[in-house]
Write a protein that binds this ligand. Sequence first.
Ligand code: DX5
Ligand code: ZN
Length: 222
Amino acid sequence: MRGMLSPSLMCADALNLQSELEALDRLGVDYIHLDFMDNKFVPNITLDAELIRAVKRVLVNMKRDIHIMAIEPEQYFDRMEIGQGDIVSVHFEACGGRLHEVIADIRQRGASPFVAISPDTEPEVLADYLDEIDGVLVMTVYPGFAGRPIVEGSFDKIRAVRALLDSRREGMLLEVDGHVSWDLCQTMRECGGDLFVAGSSSLYQRGLDLAEAVERMSELIA
Ligand code: DX5
Ligand code: ZN
């Protein structure tokens, strides 16, 4: 499976989001990464649920890759109009004993459920859910902010999750989120990543031409 790009909208120009989305869509980018934060699970607020819903209206080619960093994430699914084609990542650490139900809710809406794990969560916790999900989002930074440094041991984490997914079935996706930089993205790909969140560490670095950056990143993770 070829490597895929998921630019992080929270890192784009906040005063020109529609034109940023349309430019990425025209460039044939696979996914747009939409971070939702509740200021409880993580101490920050970024894109709100209504904006995440409204994004649907301008997308022609890209699909939504929604990353919900919130307690009880299911409370936001209606407002976001979660549906066909969406990837929805919910955090293992935020769902308590309800993760099976939350995953079923996402599936029932026609979307693709992923479980996200933060840097301090071991991959083994995923074992009970692998038959119900389509992929795993591995956080390689502590969630909540763009521009954070990669966490020590992230490459081993990606390798361990890759081995876990491949031991269960073919075709499960491994998404890498956090400090996916120009110099580290190829190693992340070699360790087993499939879908890469491109934020302030790559596409959205100051002064880059978006089309050139997308082309260069796509080649690096191919
Ligand atoms: C952080 C978000 C990431 C972030 C990545 O909690 O989940 O998607 O936007 O941005 P960089 O590339 O700056 O780590
Ligand atoms: Zn994210």
